[in-house]
Design a protein around this ligand. Structure first.
Ligand code: GLN
Length: 193
């Protein structure tokens, strides 16, 4: 099973290590030609969404990735990846990929609060560690969006069609269950995109 990992900036190497542990193949996506060989799913890592968004545009990756997601390719977006997927941001009119009908608040916990880890329920999995780093949270979830995780009264995880989006960083903790869930989604998806 070949998973594409967007490797422009941020925590992509950590996701690759998790995929190694789970025995899934992966390929780094850095330019348009990296998408010519088929992938069955895509991971959008955490990092800095403004930088990643700019690079996606400059490298001509924004349109082809949006196209794949619109056709149903499974995606796991973590932190900045969630921001890239969101249809709306509280302080920005234009979306990046915009395939996920949620409104997201960047740096929702304040810029000062660097990082923290907590344990919360993830729907269908149970309690897992959740590490937040200058994290966004979801202010509004649109129609058809399933809320999968709430921490401190704030929505930090959602699933919508073949998109899994979370505010936290499962690739930084030992718990592999979110990645396992993503790989199950990939396995159950007809790769006709
Ligand atoms: N604050 C970052 C942003 O706005 C996201 C942080 C992260 O991905 N850990 O893009």
């Amino acid at each position: 099973m070949m998973i594409g990992v967007l490797a422009l900036q941020g925590a992509f190497a950590e996701h690759e290590k998790v995929l190694d542990k789970l025995g899934a193949g992966w390929r780094e996506i850095r330019k348009e030609s990296d998408l010519r060989q088929p992938i069955k799913g895509l991971i959008l890592p955490g990092g800095e969404s403004t930088v990643q968004g700019k690079l996606l545009l400059e490298l001509g990756l924004m349109e082809p990735i949006r196209h794949l997601l619109e056709k149903g390719m499974p995606v796991l977006g973590t932190c900045a990846g969630l921001i890239l997927l969101a249809e709306k941001q509280t302080e920005r009119d234009t979306a990046y990929l915009g395939t996920l009908p949620v409104t997201v608040r960047r740096n929702g916990y304040g810029r000062q609060l660097g990082s923290f880890t907590t344990r919360c329920l993830y729907e269908g999995i149970g309690e897992i560690p959740m590490t937040f780093i200058r994290a966004p949270y979801i202010e509004k979830a649109g129609k058809g969006v399933r809320i999968t995780a709430v921490a401190d009264g704030r929505i930090v995880g959602v699933e919508y069609e073949n998109q899994i989006a979370i505010s936290f960083h499962p690739e930084l903790d030992d718990d592999l269950s979110v990645h396992k869930r993503f790989l199950q989604l990939v396995q159950g998806t007809d790769p006709s995109f």
